[in-house]
Design a protein. Structure first.
Ligand code: NDP
Length: 286
């Protein structure tokens, strides 16, 4: 598939497809569950094997739904979950991880992320992550919602540079990280995971859908505006986008976005319509 052809390299040399699947709010409504499971499974078949969840999502409902969706196909997916900051201390992280594994019906995670920075010292969380890695409960670990200063601090902490990725908000309507965080990541060869790559909903999404440049480019490729937005986030092959789609039609469209190769001219026009910041802006967070 197109998704599998475009891969992003992790620091340990493992490659993963450039588009995965988010699962926030999945499993919340019982009447939607069967549909959501089918959507996730279709996504896996189309190569979107990176599946992102968190202990926070629906208090375990998302992890349980993912567990159902991947039953019998554990080896076909790259499973990501996240620990709450208040569970990221040495005493609690192994319990939290064990709980996630149980909900997901697996005995290891491909990637475990600190969901955002809390009060526990980084050093302690890293120690907990490294312990889980040695025990084989997780294959690698990373962070989420870390701004450039946080990444610097992480790099200056013992074993901090074992971090595999940083999952942050990134879409064409919110490109603050283009100023400093993304360049930092490139310098250190650490890919970014882009969350809310379709602008989630709300006003920024509307702006994207009605933007004349996005619409013209979409027409040129005979695709939808949001597919252009998704193709934009993965344009450099060091960003893994994780759109969430509970509907099979959306899953298909997202997978197809990997086939769109935006030209330099397209990118220049999009830069004009959605300029990147000329100075530091604090990391956008949901
Ligand atoms: P997205 O930008 O992925 O948008 C999701 C919404 O877009 C859903 O309503 C979905 O509808 C819709 N959608 C998906 N594909 C299409 C399409 N092709 N055309 C039209 N609509 C579409 O937002 P999220 O906030 O969900 O971000 C993605 C994932 O990132 C999350 O699910 C979560 O896993 C992760 N995340 C991580 C955070 C963190 O702090 N680390 C914070 C926020 C998100 P439908 O479901 O009906 O198909």
């Amino acid at each position: 598939s197109h998704v599998e052809k475009r891969v992003v390299k992790l620091p340990d040399g493992t490659t993963v497809p450039c588009i995965g699947q988010g699962t926030w709010y999945m499993g919340d409504k019982p009447q939607e569950k069967a549909k959501e499971i089918k959507a996730l499974q279709l996504g896996i078949e189309l190569g979107m094997k990176v599946i992102d969840t968190a202990e926070m999502y629906g208090n375990g409902a998302s992890e349980r739904l993912v567990g159902e969706a991947i039953k019998g196909r554990r080896d076909d997916v790259f499973l990501v979950s996240k620990v709450y900051p208040h569970n990221a201390g040495l005493d609690k992280i192994s319990v939290a991880c064990e709980n996630s594994l149980k909900q997901l019906g697996t005995d290891y995670l491909d990637l475990y992320l600190l969901h955002w920075r809390g009060r526990i010292p980084l050093e302690e969380t890293i120690e907990g992550m490294e312990k889980l890695r040695k025990e084989g409960k997780i294959l690698r670990w990373g962070v989420s919602n870390f701004d450039t200063e946080d990444m610097e601090e992480l790099w200056n902490t013992l074993n901090g540079s074992n971090c595999a990725t940083n999952q942050v908000l990134y879409h064409i309507g919110s490109r603050g990280i283009d100023f400093d965080l993304l360049p930092w990541h490139r310098e250190h060869h650490i890919p970014i995971m882009a969350y809310s790559p379709l602008a989630q909903g709300g006003t920024l999404r509307k702006q994207l859908l009605t933007d004349p440049t996005v619409n013209e480019i979409a027409k040129k490729y005979n695709v939808k505006p949001l597919q252009i937005a998704l193709a934009w986030t993965i344009r450099t092959n060091d960003v893994i986008a994780i759109p969430k789609a509970g509907q099979e039609q959306h899953v298909l469209e997202n997978a197809e976005a990997a086939a769109i190769e935006l030209t330099q001219e397209d990118l220049n026009r999009l830069d004009e319509a959605f300029p990147k910041p000329r100075k530091k802006v604090p990391l956008d967070i949901i």
